[in-house]
Design a protein around this ligand. Sequence first.
Ligand SMILES: Cc1cc2nc3c(=O)[nH]c(=O)nc-3n(C[C@H](O)[C@H](O)[C@H](O)COP(=O)(O)OP(=O)(O)OC[C@H]3O[C@@H](n4cnc5c(N)ncnc54)[C@H](O)[C@@H]3O)c2cc1C
Length: 272
Amino acid sequence: MDELGPSRVRLSWRLTNVESGANNNDDDGGGRYYVATFDNDGTHRKVKACTLVVTIPTYAIGTSLDVVLPGSADLFGRGKSDNAKISGGVSYPPVASVTVAYPKSTFLDIDLADGSGNLRDLPGFGMVSTRSAGLRILATLVSSSLFPGRCPMEYNLLSCTIGGARDEAVGAMSEDDLVAVVDGDLRTMLLRPEAPHPKVLGLEIWPRTIPQYELGHSDTMTELKRMEDANDAGGLWVCGNYRTGVSLTACINFGYNQAKVVAGHLSSKRRG
Ligand SMILES: Cc1cc2nc3c(=O)[nH]c(=O)nc-3n(C[C@H](O)[C@H](O)[C@H](O)COP(=O)(O)OP(=O)(O)OC[C@H]3O[C@@H](n4cnc5c(N)ncnc54)[C@H](O)[C@@H]3O)c2cc1C
């Protein structure tokens, strides 16, 4: 962000509409252009561009692209699950992150079989849990083992993730209830019965998180590709983690590759 500078990266502007037009001359890459309208707290701004890569989540697209991609409002308005109905054709289930600390002395006193130490010191990265184990926590990171100085030596600090596609109720839970569920699961897994109520150091609820590639997702993406291809103006791409893979690595790799696609499109327009 600092490297790109404030004239290239503008924060807090919400895309509301995209239209296209035609130039009288070909100075800026030839022929067609897009006008994207952004809103920032009631202030509107139009940006003209030869190409447009739209990387906002599907639930934010709404009707904004319907002029240039007819049918996109309907496509992203379709629901396959209850969550998808409110999320623009793709399901983005909620996730909460709850960060808690307990005294080391209240963890189970077990020497681990692999010789890595005593469970009280939680000598590891963390753990992933399964619903079949009767737990609601999805994953736990032992922040105090991963990063030095995160909490006093006599404590363990745990960042627990809860929610996801198989536990969407999490999105409507109170903070107290979330802490109670996390505390209950940690007591089942790691703590002695007399462990105190945890120190709650962080709690964040994301109502819409990672897009789910549900049955039918591929058809939705095929339809999106058909709309892009049918756009005579060319130079408009609609993408994001719902299309390119959800891992950060996949998103970054996609960004590098898409930049080459955009550069190729612009140079072919200049040549043509
Ligand atoms: C809780 C959580 C934990 C994760 N953990 C990991 C992990 O450990 N490892 C990993 O590899 N991946 C992880 N992921 C996945 C990964 O972070 C995401 O898939 C990735 O960051 C998505 O990138 P994106 O650019 O597609 O979307 P986003 O990062 O969601 O970017 C979309 C952007 O669009 C903006 N926007 C929304 N509406 C508008 C609008 N109308 N106009 C303009 N802008 C708008 C948003 O503000 C946002 O900045 C995690 C995701 C979540 C939610």
